[in-house]
Design a protein around this ligand. Structure first.
Ligand code: MSP
Length: 813
């Protein structure tokens, strides 16, 4: 009887919906997808869960800022995440949202169970709460939380979890050496961090002469170091109500962690769901960012222990993607959006090579590039910097020049030499994999044995090695690619083929000589067959190994090798067959086409521009509106943080951006350049599409990218009065203004001196973009921007003013 497949259940963190996805989120999701694909090809019954975390104060506040109900807000951002994963071909089996009914029911069920068991209790608590991280932190009022912002003092009646009871059980669970019953935490640094949190400050306690206790493994810990955990809130509403005491909402982290149970059927009355839960729980792998290991390795297993539900088998933490040396995050604004990479590589590289390709093909190709780069470049578990330049360099070196070149060189030579009847003795038919005849005496055979040995070692390693060391695994596969490349270069099969072709017309009158000649010829044919078979078989092994990381590209190679659909091969177990000789001689090759067209270095600039809110113009574009300071024109007050939900969704950038933006700010900021963005935002929907303020210069409707209400809401437009206006020496176009916003006075430098005298500005009530970050210019700080329309040929700025009485500081909405 065939063995029943093993199950493998893996999860990503569920992502907060207060921010749009960036490549930091994509990094974790990609790693999970690679692992899921690998387990599927190994034959495991794999379940891969991802989704979004939608409750909590942070989301409630973001929704309030956007002026819409939290659920509507969450619907939209969650859909953005899901749409991105779909664009990238992520093979999740279910997508859980914590606002779904199935989840609410599961959370309330578990909560009730733990209340009934007296694991949860009600008590009053005053503490410092970090809104950004949604957690209480130790320290006095005003403590700086883990998100770098001051905490808020919160006094509440809370439900508490008796977490303190689980200090020793958790230590034992993590320290255990029994692979069946332990919680494995990787990398080691995360494991140590969790253990030292659980053990408490052993050194200090020893100094104080306290009595320590010992874990099962004989390691000391400070009893009582683990405190009970607050698990409900009453100061806001956006969460799952505590059953029977609805003024409390359940702590967002407890709510979120339970998704791992809900996603496979926990809490459902449906027998199929119950079966599913039985089948897949406990999770084999929770893949998480390193900053949330404590939640997954302390709170989560403790809750499960309390509920007598088995604990997960492993938690593996990825490091952070850094940009400009710090963690990419929405609050810092230093993020790169995955869409930028998909658009740029998809269109500038793939579409250029394949003009008729579909958007889906372009996306999947580009997703492969990102998958490869992130997993190859950054040792998994460690932090790593992201840069467009590094990505392009690696793409060209490894994929275009390495793997892609080897495939096209090898298969091209097979097509040239082993198509119907080209060479005497070769298999008949159209471009078939050459046979492998015994030819021990040829050099090519010695080399091919070398490669075979290398491929075998790789197959062994693949079976035994830690599967999360993506970088070194990839490196070893690429070592084989390089070896095959060297083999080809040294064996020069093209030279051999040319010689064979040249001599195939030769005939000798002398029969003995002719026989001798034909024998020599035959040896050469065998040698050529051997070289090309060896290279083609190496490509098969390499492609099978690379498939989880490069599913789209290896599918193309697989088809070119004549092996059919790689997804079928993955299902049939063909991809785990890494044994040498799996490629059958005589296999008919598929049509050849480039796999990895070269990427131009200039692509880095294109991507940088796409990420920048102030993109230089495409030269052919007519000049847009003119909101000049002395060196610059500012055309857009778009949000600068592209991951903020307020930023418009960017799904495609290459359509020409239209000129005609006619409302802008006037502000002395020297980095802004004249022009329209080089990308066009895609039409948006839902909360991102409720309104788009546009005006019109020529009577024809402007063809500007649509924005959405959320974009608009992020811009804080306020009524202000100009109370001081003066020229700035040696700056003909600049005026220094002081404006009264009602709640504060500001200095703004504005490039309107050509059109307005200081006198005529005094007392004017105008509109200011109040939340623009301050900038320095000519030694002056400029904090804000005036709103003006662009009028006439020369784009004269006409300040927006009011025809009615209006209080200073009033917000424009
Ligand atoms: N909602 C919680 C997780 C709950 S899981 C029960 C949360 N969400 S998050 O959106 O802030 O981030 C989740 C994860 O996204 C991180 O743990 C990490 O896996 C990934 N990353 C977000 N930014 C990242 C980087 N800059 N670099 C690497 N991974 C990043 O925390």
């Amino acid at each position: 009887m065939p063995e029943a497949p093993q199950k493998f259940y893996l999860t990503t963190p569920i992502y907060y919906v207060n921010a749009r996805p960036h490549i930091g989120h994509a990094y974790s999701t990609i790693a999970a997808d690679v692992i899921a694909r690998r387990h599927r090809l190994l034959g495991d019954d794999t379940f891969f869960l991802t989704g979004t975390d939608e409750h909590g104060q942070k989301v409630e506040r973001s929704a309030a800022a956007a002026g819409i109900p939290p659920l509507q807000f969450a619907d939209q951002v969650s859909a953005t995440f899901r749409a991105l994963w779909d664009r990238m071909g992520i093979t999740y089996n279910d997508y859980i949202r914590t606002t779904e009914l199935r989840h609410t029911e599961a959370v309330q069920k578990l909560f009730q169970l733990l209340l009934d068991r007296d694991k949860f209790y009600l008590s009053s608590y005053t503490g410092q709460y970090s809104i950004g991280e949604e957690m209480f932190v130790d320290g006095p009022p005003g403590t700086i939380g883990p998100d770098g912002k001051p905490t808020e003092t919160v006094t509440e009646e809370n439900y508490f979890f008796r977490l303190s009871e689980y200090q020793l059980p958790l230590i034992d669970l993590i320290e255990s050496e029994n692979p069946e019953s332990r919680l494995l935490i990787q990398p080691e640094s995360s494991r140590n961090e969790v253990l030292s949190f659980l053990r408490g400050n052993v050194a200090e306690a020893t100094d104080r002469g306290e009595v320590l206790e010992l874990s099962a493994l004989g390691k000391p810990y400070v009893p009582g170091a683990l405190k009970d955990l607050s698990i409900s809130r009453t100061s806001f509403k956006w969460g799952i109500p505590v059953p029977g005491n609805e003024k409390h909402v359940i702590y967002v982290w407890l709510d979120a962690l339970i998704n791992y149970l809900t996603g496979i059927g926990y809490g459902s009355d449906n027998p199929a769901d119950q079966e599913k839960f039985k089948r897949y729980w406990p999770a084999d792998l929770h893949l998480v960012g390193k900053e949330i290991t404590r939640f997954h390795c302390v709170y989560w297993p403790a809750v499960l222990l309390a509920a007598e539900i088995p604990t997960p088998k492993s938690v593996v933490a990825n490091g952070w993607l850094l940009f400009d040396d710090s963690k990419m995050s929405k609050s810092k604004g230093n993020v790169v959006r995955t869409e930028t990479i998909l658009d740029a590589f998809g269109t500038e590289v793939y579409k250029k090579q394949f003009p008729d390709s579909t958007k889906k093909e372009q996306d999947l190709f580009a997703a492969d590039v990102l998958r490869y780069f992130l997993l190859r470049e950054i040792p998994f578990g460690q932090d790593g910097s992201f840069s467009f330049d590094a990505m392009i360099t690696r793409y060209n070196a490894d994929l275009a020049n390495g793997y892609g070149n080897l495939v096209s060189r090898t298969l091209g030579l097979i097509v040239q030499n082993f198509s119907a009847g080209d060479i005497e003795g070769s298999p008949r038919g159209v471009a078939r994999v050459p046979p492998l005849t015994d030819g021990n005496d040829t050099l090519a055979f010695i080399y091919s044995n070398n490669l075979r040995a290398h491929a075998d070692t790789l197959a062994d390693l693949d079976a035994t090695e830690n599967e999360y060391t993506f970088g070194s695994r990839l490196q070893r596969i690429f070592d084989l690619i390089q070896k095959v490349d060297v083999f080809m270069t040294e064996e020069k099969p093209w030279k051999l083929a040319a010689q064979l072709k040249a001599s195939s017309t030769t005939t000798y009158l002398d029969a003995a000589k002719q026989t001798e000649f034909e024998e020599e010829l035959r040896k050469d044919v065998i040698q050529l067959e051997c070289i090309l078979y060896t290279a083609a078989e190496s490509i098969r092994v390499i492609s099978a190994l690379l498939y989880p990381v490069l599913p789209y590209s290896t599918a193309k190679v697989w088809a070119q090798l004549g092996l059919g659909d790689i997804e079928d091969a993955a299902k049939n177990g063909e991809l785990k067959n890494l044994k040498w000789g799996g490629l059958k001689p005589g296999t008919k090759l598929g049509p050849l086409a480039p796999i990895f067209p070269r990427a131009d270095k200039g692509l880095a600039q294109i991507m940088t521009d796409m990420e920048s809110p102030t993109t230089p113009p495409k030269p052919e574009h007519p000049k847009p509106s003119k909101f000049v300071d002395e060196t610059t024109t500012h055309t857009s007050a778009a949000p600068t943080d592209p991951t903020d939900p307020a930023a418009a969704p960017r799904t495609s950038y290459l359509a020409e951006a239209a000129p005609g933006t006619t409302v802008g700010g006037s502000h002395a900021v020297s980095t802004e350049r004249t022009g329209t963005p080089s990308h066009t935002e895609a039409p948006a929907s839902g909360i991102f599409a409720n309104s788009a303020a546009q005006s019109n210069i020529s009577g024809t409707a402007p063809d500007t990218p649509q924005i959405v209400i959320d974009d608009f809401v992020k811009i804080d437009l306020r009524v202000a009065q100009i109370v001081v206006a003066e020229r700035i020496p040696k700056a003909d176009k600049l005026l220094r203004l002081e404006v009264d916003l009602g709640y504060e006075k500001r200095q703004i430098l504005s490039g309107i001196a050509e059109w307005y005298t200081p006198e005529e500005l005094l007392g004017k009530k105008i509109v200011v973009i109040a939340n623009l970050a301050p900038r320095k210019m000519r030694g002056f700080e400029s904090h804000g921007m005036l709103l003006a329309a662009s009028h006439g040929e020369d784009g004269k700025p006409v300040l927006a003013t009011f025809g009615e009485e209006i209080a200073l500081g009033s917000r424009l909405r």
